[in-house]
Write a protein of this length. Structure first.
Length: 586
């Protein structure tokens, strides 16, 4: 540690690693050199991902933290570098993903002076950061308390990001030159023992661990009373309810269903639909038409908001006696404001049900409707024209067990919710549904894949979303993350065909659809990925199976027509409606 900057950065990084930090994303720059060198010195104890631009790095870190459910660090130089983190930080805040953001800064005397590459970085991310600290300038001869402050701030940053309400912590580091490991006369670099005053093997985070509350027996008693009194009830699992590989939480949700007799309606990115838990997954199709479903007296919502427009509308148009929201992080997620009881976390302490409660008549009706819905969808896909929803159906059908699946925003996530048939194989499924932006989706997908490098990674991305983050593809080779990208290309913003603005041309085509005419094979070549374009179902299924089986990095482009896809979707919904009528279920 030749000088004060290297010394302070090394101490801070050391404590982050002691606290449990295992991953960091770095980008090139100058002012954050002390932090980069501190992490590089610890490369045997932490995994370092090197990226060339800040936005891709931030979304990669977001995806990694999302999949690991633990803090990931992100470091950059001063100026607009940190501002390029902002979109990913907004998503992390909205989705409660733990990130530790370390921005380097110019010293205080250069702030507001017109100095180059100097902006106001104080609380740069506003309320999107749970905690902000502007660190003091490193001192030549620091006091013991100054050194301890470095360690406790690092420990608190890790604990705060990883707390009950997970999110973003922003630590700003002003540094004077020299930034490199150049000896500076007068700088004290040896740290006296009294500056630590603790067992060197124990991280400070032991002081900040959350004390778990005892099991909520009153809630279990309430559930018993409700389920005994009311047969018409449902359990709704929203986005990011759990990870599908978390068998304990899956068992808890399954037990809740058995305990109450209520069926589970699981969002495609809830972590529940693609698991060993029985679910109702065809609701986004059968709720498009008024099929006369009874209105539930009880709704138990677990997790965040739902993707499905039609399930949200169904819930908004009922007035249940009880609407229980079990929030894993104590955050409100109900825009219709129908919740009557808000609880923190899943229902713990419920014994596994040896003799499950008999499913209610309402549950049995939903199960029959769901089965006929999927039988009809499957038949229609097999005999009709290939379209984007059928591509998503095939991905879920073919993807290997325990794979990681990331789905882009706009149309792909909605297609997964409608055409991703629930089945008994665990798939770790993710999407950026906090702010639901289309920026950084490729980088986020690669981050989720980095969390489970031994499992296949698949991303379903729309063409405009792909265009937004083409530079994120550099991480495929640079970070060694194989990925199969299913690129649904309808030449523009096909999502807008679902909105009333579609009837107002030419403004609709010129300013909403915005056709681009891009040839994405060039992007594949630029970043060293295999590429194939398909139009037929058999060709897609062959290419997809070969790519995920061989763990090659490939872009499989499926060119579609947004208007024809919309029409095909309407035909399938009508076919389902007719089948339900014939079976006297509506």
């Amino acid at each position: 540690m030749p000088n004060r900057n290297i010394r302070d950065a090394s101490i801070f990084v050391d404590e982050l690693i002691r606290s449990g930090l295992k991953h960091v994303c770095l980008v090139p720059g100058s002012r954050h050199t002390p932090l980069v060198l501190a992490f590089a010195k610890q490369k045997e104890h932490i995994k370092i991902y090197s990226h060339l631009d800040e936005r891709s790095a931030a979304f990669f870190a977001l995806g990694l933290a999302l999949a690991l459910d633990e803090p990931v660090a992100l470091a950059c130089t001063s100026g607009t570098a940190g501002a390029n983190f902002f979109p990913a930080i907004i998503e992390a805040h909205q989705s409660r993903v733990p990130l530790i953001v370390l921005t380097a800064d110019r010293p205080h005397e250069l702030r507001h002076s017109g100095a180059n590459q100097t902006i106001d970085q104080i609380k740069l991310f506003g309320d999107y950061a749970l905690w902000f600290v502007d660190m003091p300038l490193p001192e030549a001869n620091p006091s013991a308390v100054a050194i301890r402050n470095l360690r406790t701030t690092a420990a608190r940053a890790f604990a705060k990001a990883n707390g009950k309400r997970k999110g973003v912590v922003h630590i700003n580091f002003p540094f004077r030159k020299p930034l490199e490991p150049t000896p500076v006369e007068g700088d004290v670099v040896e740290i006296p023992p009294e500056a630590i005053q603790r067992n060197n093997q124990q991280p400070y985070t032991t002081m900040y661990r959350t004390i778990h509350q005892p099991e909520n027996k009153a809630l279990i008693q309430l559930l018993n009373e409700i389920s005994t009194q009311y047969d018409n009830g449902i359990i709704v699992c929203g986005t990011r309810t759990i990870r599908s590989t978390n068998t304990n939480d899956l068992q808890t949700i399954s037990t809740l269903s058995q305990y109450t007799g209520y069926p589970i309606l699981a969002d495609a990115v809830s972590g529940v639909r693609f698991s060993h838990v029985p679910t109702i997954s065809g609701y986004d199709t059968f709720l498009m038409s008024d099929i006369g479903l009874p209105k539930p007296d009880v709704v138990i919502q677990i997790g965040n908001m739902l993707t499905s427009k039609w399930l949200n509308a169904y819930l908004e148009n009922i007035n249940p006696k009880y609407y229980l929201h079990l929030s894993t992080d104590e955050e409100w997620a109900n825009d219709s404001h129908k919740v009557t009881h808000l609880y923190s976390g899943l229902v713990r302490g419920m014994s596994p049900v040896n003799v499950p409660k008999e499913p209610t008549a309402f549950a049995k009706q939903l199960e029959k409707i769901d089965q006929i819905t999927w039988d009809t969808i499957t038949e229609e896909i097999e005999k009709g024209d290939y379209f984007d929803g059928a591509v998503v159906y095939d991905v879920v059908d073919l993807i290997p067990e325990e794979s990681t699946l990331f789905v882009g925003n706009s149309l792909p996530v909605r297609h997964l919710d409608q055409f991703g048939k629930g089945q008994y194989k665990p798939i770790d499924t993710y999407a950026n549904r906090g702010a639901s932006g289309i920026d950084g989706n490729i980088s986020t997908a690669l981050g989720t894949g980095a969390a489970r490098p031994d499992k296949p990674l698949v991303a379903i991305i729309g063409d405009v979303t792909f265009y937004h983050d083409m530079n994120g593809l550099l991480a495929v080779q640079r970070c060694g993350i194989p990925i199969t990208i299913v690129l649904l290309n309808n030449n523009g913003g096909g999502i807008f065909n679902h909105l009333p603005i579609k009837d107002y041309d030419p403004a609709f085509t010129d300013y909403f659809i915005t056709p681009h005419g891009l040839d994405f094979s060039h992007a594949a070549k630029l970043y060293g990925l295999d590429y194939v374009q398909v139009t037929e179902r058999a060709a897609f299924r062959t290419a997809f199976t070969e790519s995920v089986t061989n763990r090659t990095s490939m872009i499989i482009e499926v060119q579609t027509n947004a208007q024809q896809d919309l029409q095909r979707r309407a035909e399938i919904v009508e076919a389902v409606f007719q089948q339900l009528k014939q079976n006297q279920l509506i």
